[in-house]
Design a protein around this ligand. Structure first.
Ligand SMILES: Cc1cc2nc3c(=O)[nH]c(=O)nc-3n(C[C@H](O)[C@H](O)[C@H](O)COP(=O)(O)O)c2cc1C
Length: 225
């Protein structure tokens, strides 16, 4: 499964995991991807394996998690657009994990913060957590808003733009809110803005990453640093 659209189509939030460990080649590739992201962008993503504590016991009831023993702490130095940057880079990691046969779920709330095994330096902040592992299910496709609720681009829309929109609509967003709007200028520039809500800056980074992957090209300003 190497085509990026197939990977995005196959990705759904998975909240129940088997006890199969992440090891061998998959672990090597996962660590290499995290190292590369950290080295080239200045974030401080941390992979924690075989530590179920933060996801067991009584937890806020947004999502029903089971068997989560691996997670990535999405940590970064505080800066003006770091939430968007963390969203963008976190989604890069999500799609890489999916490509390697792992499942994931972005988690803003459903963990015990006190039990996380992360080292968060003073000038840095934990923005979100990614649960990951081998799912007991592959999840299900989320309901999406209609394309015309999410873009005001004039017709006819170029093929690359439609592929970008398809990818953006497949993106995970907090509580599946899809609070974003995509516009297209006559000279082919794309702008994606948040229309507000809970975790909307992180969502914006996630959606921008997926749009770029779907459209098959980079857009200036999307990487958020
Ligand atoms: C920033 C962010 C935070 C999220 N936090 C949680 C969470 O705390 N608990 C949970 O069960 N799901 C959480 N989710 C997962 C969303 O509910 C999920 O992505 C959305 O419903 C779309 O479904 P899909 O990922 O299967 O496409 C979060 C997603 C994002 C992007």
């Amino acid at each position: 499964m190497d085509n990026v659209m197939q990977i995005m189509e196959a990705r759904h939030s998975v909240r129940q995991y088997t006890d199969k460990k992440i090891d061998g080649e998959v672990l090597g590739l996962l660590k290499a991807e995290i190292d590369q992201i950290n080295r080239t962008t200045g974030v401080d993503f941390q992979l924690i394996l075989d530590e179920p504590g933060a996801f067991s016991g009584f937890l806020p009831r947004y999502g029903k998690f089971q068997g989560v023993s691996n997670y990535v702490g999405l940590i970064a130095p505080k800066s003006p657009n770091c939430e968007e940057k963390v969203g963008f880079l976190g989604e890069r990691l999500v799609l890489k994990a999916q490509q390697m046969g792992l499942n994931t779920c972005w988690v803003g709330l459903s963990y015990s913060r006190r039990k996380l095994k992360l080292r968060i330096p003073k000038n840095e902040k934990l923005y979100c957590v990614l649960a990951l592992g081998y799912g007991s299910t592959q999840g299900i496709r989320h309901k999406s808003r209609k394309i015309d609720d999410l873009t005001d681009a004039a017709q006819p829309r170029p093929e690359w733009f439609l592929e970008g929109m398809k990818a953006a609509m497949l993106a995970p967003t907090a509580v599946n809110q899809q609070h974003f709007k995509v516009s297209l200028t006559d000279d082919g520039r794309v702008r994606i803005v948040s229309t507000g809500g809970f975790y909307s800056k992180m969502d914006l980074g996630i959606v921008k990453y997926q749009f770029e992957q779907g459209a098959g090209k980079d857009f200036p300003g999307f990487t958020a640093g």
